[in-house]
Design a protein around this ligand. Structure first.
Ligand code: 4AD
Ligand code: MG
Length: 463
């Protein structure tokens, strides 16, 4: 008797084995001939395995004939080649033990299909559905691929803090971390007295591990962080979360073009790994969720990303004749509709946009010789828009100080960051990939809330 996963048992070469399988019933169908077919799932693959349970089993009438979706069981039996189409094997049960019942009157996952909105209210049950099982496996594959890529390239994995005093993006979209009694906040005349707070100053959840990654890159060369990040922006869109995971490589002696090359290779590696390691899940997404995911990923792996300056992009958009909700003008940030026009309609490929106006990008980006633009790069992909944001960092102390004044940041608060420019400064670059945007793009899922196990968005943090 061999304990197996459903994924292993579904392999044609497993036929003939005596196996023990454990999981949850998806469906039961009783045949007139006095036996039942059970579909068993254990999360190891998107496909289930069929169990044939004969009436001669001792608990056939008392238990097996009452099994329904969600019941948990151990099945022992013989794996045989299946005559049914769509499955190589099936199990002829010798024994079925029931661990837990799931009352069909109240168990929510009875129907074959539920809307994703409905399933969002059942974050504790949705991993049991085909779609969310497949997402969990693909998300895991992407994370493994991220680590493999950077480890093979000689990067060190460093851990940035989650609680921080600095606002990396300077956008003021931070969650405060405090132990002060909110009903009785200590004050100094007009403002809150943070010297009485836990950290002796205002503290926040990090929006990015970049600044800390720069510290390590400027000592160790090539590093990456990969962890949760938080944004208190009140955007209720299908592409924004208040808590999301970001992977941020940071490299000393990398200029913007090196940064772009790395990011392009990195994304292609992730897509290749998912296609190779999750073929069944990807077939599922292509068939059930978005019929272009496979062809899009295959196309991207085999072609070069477009590289284009912000200024050229504005010219293309302004001359496109397309109707946009937000007008296009040099100096304004591009909106999702503009980004998607470029990557979906105009180029039908991923686009790396660079050299954005200095006024719309954070203080840490390197100012170009034209004085008007900075060495930023955003990578745009069809359906999702911006998937990566990055830049070459400003390594000149005087220019950095000027940029901080320009953006009304207090240099005292960033003394340690300025020290990196004061002592042994080097050109360096990095970028951030939003993990959920990557999962969204790969799977074709329309809403980012469905590609993270427990989504946090304005007004909702139930589980
Ligand atoms: O473009 P962003 O804000 O860049 C940074 O945070 C830099 N410090 C990264 C760096 O250079 N090390 O964010 C990077 C990426 C975006 O391109 C997007 O994929 C994702 O993070 N992202 C979000 N994903 C989900 N929900 C949100 N609210 C997101 N905000 C950014
Ligand atoms: Mg960005």
């Amino acid at each position: 008797m061999q304990k197996m996963t459903v994924a292993q048992a579904r392999q044609p070469q497993s036929a003939g084995e005596h196996v023990r399988l454990q999981g949850w019933i998806r469906t039961r169908r009783d045949s007139k001939g006095g036996f039942s077919f059970l579909e068993l799932s254990d999360g190891s693959s998107v496909g289930n395995i069929q169990i044939v349970a004969e009436a001669a089993l001792p608990n056939y009438e008392s238990e097996i004939k009452h099994l329904s979706a969600g019941c948990s069981v151990t099945v022992e039996g013989e794996l045989k080649a299946s005559p049914a189409k769509g499955q190589a094997t099936e199990v002829h049960a010798k024994a079925i033990a029931v661990h837990g019942w799931a009352d069909p009157e109240t168990y929510a996952l009875q129907k074959k299909r539920h809307s994703f909105e409905f399933l969002r209210t059942l974050a504790h049950l949705r991993p049991r559905t085909n779609t969310f099982g497949a997402i969990a496996r693909v998300r895991n594959c992407i994370c493994r691929s991220i680590h493999n890529f950077f480890q093979e390239e000689g990067f060190l994995y460093v851990h940035a803090p989650i609680i921080t005093a600095s606002d990396c993006e300077g956008a003021g979209e931070m969650f405060k971390v405090t132990t002060l009694d909110l009903a009785n906040v200590p004050k100094t005349s007009s403002t809150v007295d943070f010297t009485q707070d836990f950290f002796d100053r205002p503290a926040f959840l990090t929006v990015s591990g970049q600044l800390e990654a720069e510290i390590f890159a400027c000592a160790l060369g090539k590093v990456y962080t990969f962890g949760p990040t938080f944004r208190a922006e009140n955007s209720n869109t299908s592409r924004h979360l208040a808590e999301f995971w970001m992977v941020e490589p940071e490299m000393a002696f990398f200029e913007l073009a090196d940064n772009m090359d790395l990011a392009e290779r990195f994304l292609k590696r992730i897509f290749r790994d998912v296609l190779a390691q999750c073929p069944d899940d990807m077939q599922f997404f292509n068939a059930q969720i978005e019929p272009t995911v496979l062809s899009t990923l295959e196309g991207i792996i085999g072609s070069d990303f477009v590289r284009l300056s912000y200024t050229e992009a504005v010219e293309i958009l302004a001359g496109s004749g397309a109707k946009f909700e937000f007008p296009v003008a040099w100096g304004h940030d591009l909106q999702a509709e503009h980004e998607r026009y470029l990557t979906e309609q105009h180029f039908s490929r991923p686009v790396i946009l660079c050299d954005y106006p200095r006024s719309i990008k954070p203080f840490y980006m390197r100012v170009n010789d034209d004085g008007r633009t900075v060495r930023a790069m955003d990578i745009l992909v069809p359906r999702v828009g911006e998937i990566i944001g990055g830049s070459q960092r400003e390594e000149r102390l005087d220019v950095m100080a000027e940029r901080m004044r320009e953006q009304k940041l207090a240099p005292e608060a960033y003394w340690w960051y300025l020290d990196l420019r004061r002592y042994g400064t080097v050109p360096h670059s990095g970028f951030g990939l939003g993990l959920e945007r990557a999962v969204q793009f790969v799977t074709g899922m329309a809403n980012i809330r469905d590609v993270i196990p427990f989504p946090r968005v304005p007004g909702s943090a139930d589980f």
